[in-house]
Design a protein around this ligand. Structure first.
Ligand code: UDP
Length: 240
């Protein structure tokens, strides 16, 4: 798209499912490649881009806990799963010529830098795409909360929540309720009170406190990131 980007710095949250594409499990290389192109596209427009990746395509701590595993252990497995996704995304980005760094909230020094806030900001200022792995580094949290936390820490102008198969936030779950209507603009407070499917409540509360705008959009259309960065109305905007 043309025109000056609307944001200087964004944080994009990609769930594990976003990387899964049509595969039943794990990572779909074609999908990751097209996501990488979309991310590089906005970075090439001068927008500083940080990404938080989920891990639900590989492992969910709660699923392990449901089968009798210690929840914290399961959650650490989930965090390690996000590292796999981060490396897949990094590889796809580097293949198309983007400069990237992965920073992990769990130290794995052979494969990723440790998370160091000021260093992450420096990478962004130099035009590198920074991928945050391992969530917050703490069990009992989610990568949505990691996305909110990192967005605040790096002073992102907006948090972009990529969804799949839905256009944004609806009055009800559009996959089960045909009368569900897409909401184009809601406040953080409304989203919390109505328990709308933006992100989990911990993450949403953080964004509300700091007034971070959240753009919830469909990642199945890769042009959407660029549209949001251009100021076009796409999906749902959650703001105060
Ligand atoms: N996780 C965690 N702490 C965090 C982030 C993630 O314990 O700060 C674990 C948790 O078990 C979660 C899993 O990692 O289920 C994968 O993350 P998430 O479910 O948020 O991924 P997504 O749904 O975005 O793919």
């Amino acid at each position: 798209a043309d025109g000056a980007p609307r944001f200087r710095r964004i944080l994009l949250k990609l769930s594990g499912e976003a990387l899964m594409g049509s595969e039943p499990y794990g990572v779909d290389p074609a999908r990751v490649e097209s996501i990488a192109r979309a991310v590089k596209g906005v970075a090439d427009r001068g927008v500083q881009v940080a990404v938080v990746v989920g891990g639900g395509n590989i492992y969910r701590g709660l699923a392990g806990a449901a089968r009798g595993m210690d929840r914290a252990t399961g959650d650490y497995m989930g965090m390690l799963a996000t590292v796999l996704n981060a490396l897949a995304l990094q590889d796809a980005l580097e293949k198309i010529g983007a400069d990237t760094r992965v920073q992990s909230a769990i130290t794995i020094s052979e494969v990723a830098e440790p998370y160091i806030r000021r260093r992450a900001i420096r990478h962004l200022e130099k035009g590198r795409i920074v991928i945050f792995a391992a969530g917050t580094g703490n069990p009992f949290f989610t990568t949505d909360t990691a996305a909110a936390l990192r967005a605040l820490e790096i002073h992102a102008d907006a948090l972009l929540m990529a969804k799949n198969a839905v256009e944004g936030v609806y009055t009800a779950d559009p996959r089960s309720d045909p009368s569900a209507k897409l909401l184009t603009h809601i406040t953080h407070q409304e989203a919390l009170e109505r328990r709308l499917a933006v992100m989990d409540a911990t993450a949403l509360s953080l964004c509300r406190e700091e007034g971070v705008p959240i753009y919830v959009f469909n990642m199945d259309d890769e042009r959407n990131i660029d549209r949001i960065v251009s100021g076009e109305r796409v999906g749902t905007l959650v703001s105060s």
